[in-house]
Design a protein around this ligand. Structure first.
Ligand code: DGY
Length: 321
């Protein structure tokens, strides 16, 4: 029986991080959510991912739990109110993935505007060599209007990138005063942003207020030449309404890094739509960014267990109580 606090780790981490945890904790690694559920009963800490759904029953089953640290910025898989009621600190990994997600968003803008994928497929299928007609022309990026929904850390970084491309930028958020470090950008109501933007890009948390923020009514307000970009969470979009908007030409196209559910059903016709490009949730998937996320997630866990303030708590009120 160890007198060190038990920590269950459900993500793959490097040896140096394992050593850091093992130096002060009794570390158990698990490889599935079911294994986590079977092991968490007497744990004081969990280091997990968005695959680890943590609801009230989960917190009931772990009466000693002090910290549940997710290796993600999004924490929609966690019932934060239940965690707070149970006195469990929830931690996440904001900041370190801003650039990675902004890079992907920027890549999506280039892909959509310049029709990169249809042109690449044209060459790959031999059509260029056979002198067959090329895909339609793309569009310039400069001078277009880019609307950011969710003007937090990632939305602000994306705004800076789009301004560097000489786009006009708009923002909407549930609050109407941006943080003082935010770039200058024009505020719009959501409906006005949808109507004015050539690109609508989602960078907001998923919760009960934002679920299906992009629904049939929202697509009806967008320009028929406009594109939707979603690198945040699939649940922000009513996917049936998006499918209808894409199939009927209500909007020009979409680039998604997230869908609902994930992964999509096998042979789901949605991901085959010709005016959709879709990636398998790779927004933070670079070596450097994932490493930084794992480091932060470990630091969050160990700080709480050592009675110190973690760098990124979601419910700091638990620490202050
Ligand atoms: C995040 O960090 O929330 C990414 O989307 C990975 O889930």
């Amino acid at each position: 029986m160890s007198d060190k606090p038990k920590v269950v780790v459900s993500i793959a981490i490097e040896d140096d991080l394992k050593e850091k945890i093992s130096a002060v904790c009794d570390m158990h690694t698990v490889s599935s959510h079911d294994e986590l559920l079977a092991t968490v009963g007497d744990a004081e800490g969990v280091l997990g991912s968005p695959r680890n759904r943590a609801d009230a029953a989960y917190f009931d089953s772990a009466p000693n739990l002090k910290v549940h640290s997710t290796c993600s910025v999004g924490f929609d898989a966690i019932d934060v109110s239940a965690a707070t009621e149970h006195g469990v600190v929830i931690c996440h990994t904001p900041g370190v993935l801003n650039n990675a997600v902004a890079n992907l968003t920027q890549g999506m803008v280039f892909a959509l505007a310049l029709r990169l994928f249809p042109n690449e497929a044209h060459v790959r299928s031999g059509k260029w060599g056979r002198r067959e007609q090329a895909p339609p022309l793309g569009n310039d990026i400069q001078g277009k209007t880019f609307g950011v929904v969710g003007f937090g850390r990632i939305g602000q970084e994306v705004t800076r990138r789009m301004q560097a491309l000489n786009m006009r930028t708009l923002w909407y958020d549930v609050y109407d005063t941006p943080h003082e470090s935010a770039p200058e950008s024009e505020y719009r109501s959501l409906n006005d942003l949808l109507a004015e933007s050539d690109y609508v890009s989602l960078h907001t948390n998923l919760d009960e207020n934002s679920r299906h923020l992009m629904n049939a009514d929202a697509f009806g307000r967008m320009k028929s030449t406009a594109f939707l970009i979603n690198t945040a969470r699939g649940g922000l979009v009513d996917q049936k309404a998006l499918q209808h908007a894409l199939e009927t030409g209500q909007i020009a196209g979409a680039a998604l890094d997230v869908v609902d559910p994930e992964p999509p059903a096998e042979n789901d016709p949605f991901v085959q739509l010709p005016n959709l490009i879709c990636f398998p949730h790779i927004g933070s998937a670079t070596e450097e960014t994932r490493r930084a996320m794992r480091e932060l997630a470990v630091e969050n866990t160990l700080n709480v267990l050592a009675g110190k303030r973690p760098p990124a708590p979601v419910n700091p009120e638990v620490l202050d109580s």
